[in-house]
Design a protein around this ligand. Structure first.
Ligand code: AMP
Length: 587
């Protein structure tokens, strides 16, 4: 047992002082711990087929940096497929690979499979405990009630070798550790284990309403799931109220264990509760509805960084000023960072990388994610520079070596010499028609500016995506926008000039190269906004879920690549608008 492993059982959030000290120790010693992590990983795994091929059994750090290549999924896919198809897992990891995690990222249309080990669960539990420590530091009384946290699992696949393949969160929720702590949530364990996501959602929300007095915080993993839950509530609150009034769960809840778990909580008719909550639902506008429905909630746990940032205004609208906490940054490959200032504004969130989770390296990149030097030259955690962009590379305890997760981060500051990062965007999400490259963040910023034209008219942009349309010459950017009114009433007749202005505002906000290609070279045609029916992005999510995405880990793709997805959006289009001017080129 090494120093690194010994640390894992030590984080107990109920010991406030002890766990805070552990957190400080970790952060203050990040450089040393990172070196120990790498040593430990190499000592354990230098004789795996994969590492032997580069290091010949050596465990020297310098050699590791010189000889082991930075890889993408495509480079290591055949090792993982070998394991999935019956090969021994010691080709990449000395510790047995116990299951494969299906990540939300896709590679050439196929789901990525990430290796994991039994020990990794301890690391995840440690991370979660550390996260609870940070939140408890700022918010009192969270142990006095339950969290209404919506959690969903996905059907697992058994690979030919007999290994289970499933999303990371499904794996966590199905672990014996989670089962032990599941009573701290309002959702009965059986409702989380229900494979039908609609029944699961209904039952979890219903139980959250019945137990509203116990709720001390509310949450979902990502903001997109949170908004989906609200939409679900909009569609089902009358039915839920009627269930509470009669003391009976709707007939369509056919999952037996789910049904009996909910009936156990419902325990007969409760008209007093219905009378209270019905009036909160039955209002013109749902502004602040979350705070009113769950008055004891102290905060909302919901990731609003990266591509989720566009949901901030909507989530805030429904939550009525409750603190919105983006607490952690994690991936199927490994858990990564914590927000040490959880009560900060959602736009200001930075994550501090937790140094015993994996060995982290950083490829200096420009803001589009293009490597600035040689890709092989990645630097260590403590060597990154303020305000620079980096692509994150991880070497994990689970058999990934110098693996490029695909995330671009920017250094925003330091906490006791340990860098803190803003999640900027995913690599490779760029729209490009000609010489210009528009990344996810550029697009998001431009849309945020355009959105401010429709917001004063009482409209929300509930979701968006994009598509580079090159079917006609010159090609042009297409944005799909789903809109909704603040009060929930029908959309006002948006004058075409208003949306044309939005098109133009987006174009004006894009970078110099876009404007040059568009205005000077005429290599890009006028930008188009296609307004789609409310619910179109739910249909899009349903498509991706039918193809294997998990509800809990789903993120709306900001650029559409598949014909099927395009068809779903095009079939729901209500109107289309084009920019009427060409953007001006500043000298
Ligand atoms: P998955 O592989 O499905 O577990 O998704 C992991 C990916 O989700 C990460 O690589 C990020 O791109 C994204 N992600 C996870 N946590 C955050 C966060 N806090 N903020 C922004 N993006 C995140």
């Amino acid at each position: 047992v090494t120093f690194i492993d010994k640390m894992l059982p030590k984080c107990d959030p109920s010991d406030k002082e002890g766990s805070l000290k552990l957190l400080e120790d970790l952060i203050n010693n990040a450089a040393g711990i990172q070196q120990q992590v790498l040593e430990e990983i190499l000592n354990r795994n230098s004789n795996t087929e994969y590492l032997r091929g580069f290091l010949n059994g050596n465990t020297d750090k310098k050699m590791f940096k010189q000889k082991v290549p930075m890889v993408d999924y495509e480079d290591i896919k055949h090792y993982i497929e070998k394991i999935a198809n019956g090969g021994a897992s010691d080709i990449i990891s000395a510790q047995p690979i116990t299951e494969l995690l299906t990540s939300s990222g896709t590679s050439g249309g196929q789901r990525k499979l990430m290796p994991t080990t039994a020990e990794e669960l301890e690391r995840i539990v440690f991370f979660n405990n550390l996260m609870a420590t940070v939140i408890n530091r700022y918010i009192d009384g969270l142990d006095k009630g339950k969290g209404m946290f919506l959690m969903f699992i996905k059907q697992e696949i058994i690979t030919p070798s007999g290994l289970v393949a499933r999303p990371a969160m499904t794996s966590y929720y199905k672990s014996s550790h989670f089962k032990k702590i599941s009573s701290s949530y309002t959702s009965p364990y059986e409702t989380i284990m229900c494979l039908d996501s609609k029944q699961s959602m209904y039952c979890q929300l219903l139980c959250g309403l019945i137990r509203r007095d116990e709720v001390v915080y509310i949450g979902t993993a990502f903001a997109s799931v949170f908004l989906r839950a609200i939409k679900f509530l909009e569609e089902h609150w009358q039915e839920m109220c009627s269930n509470i009034r009669t003391g009976n769960v709707s007939d369509w809840i056919t999952d037996k264990s789910c049904r009996s778990a909910v009936m156990n909580i419902l325990r007969g008719p409760n008209s007093k509760l219905v009378n209270l909550i019905e009036s909160l639902f039955h209002v013109k506008s749902w502004e602040g509805v979350i705070k009113k429905l769950w008055p004891g909630a102290k905060y909302v746990y919901v990731i609003l960084t990266g591509s989720m940032a566009q949901y901030i205004p909507m989530v805030d609208f429904y939550c009525g000023g409750l603190p919105l906490v983006s607490a952690g940054y994690a991936s199927s490959e490994c858990y990564i960072g914590l927000n040490l200032n959880p009560l900060c504004q959602p736009y200001d969130v930075s994550y501090t990388l937790i140094p015993n989770m994996a060995y982290f390296e950083f490829i200096p990149v420009d803001k589009n994610g293009e490597a600035e030097g040689l890709v092989g030259e990645a630097i260590d955690l403590v060597d990154v520079k303020l305000e620079k962009h980096y692509e994150l590379v991880v070497t994990t305890f689970t058999g990934l070596y110098r693996y490029r997760i695909g995330d671009i981060l920017m250094v925003t500051g330091f906490y006791n010499n340990t860098p803190q990062f803003r999640f900027v965007h995913r690599r490779n999400v760029v729209l490009s028609i000609d010489a210009e490259k528009t990344n996810e963040e550029d697009l998001q910023n431009a849309i945020t500016r355009a959105r401010s034209i429709i917001e004063p008219l009482g409209c929300f942009l509930t979701d968006y995506t994009s598509f580079p349309d090159i079917s006609s010459m010159p090609g042009h950017y297409v944005l799909y926008w789903e809109l909704k009114t603040r009060g929930g009433e029908a959309l006002p007749e948006l004058r075409s000039t208003t949306l044309e202005q939005c098109c133009y505002r987006v174009e004006e906000s894009l970078d110099y190269m876009y404007k040059k290609c568009r205005s000077e070279d005429k290599a890009i045609g006028p930008l188009e906004i296609r307004v789609v029916k409310y619910g179109a992005f739910d249909a899009l999510m349903d498509l991706f879920i039918s193809q294997g995405s998990s509800v809990s880990q789903y993120k709306t793709p900001r650029c559409i690549k598949s014909d099927e997805a395009l068809q779903i959006l095009n079939a729901r289009m209500v109107a289309s608008f084009f920019s009427q001017n060409t953007p001006t080129l500043e000298p």
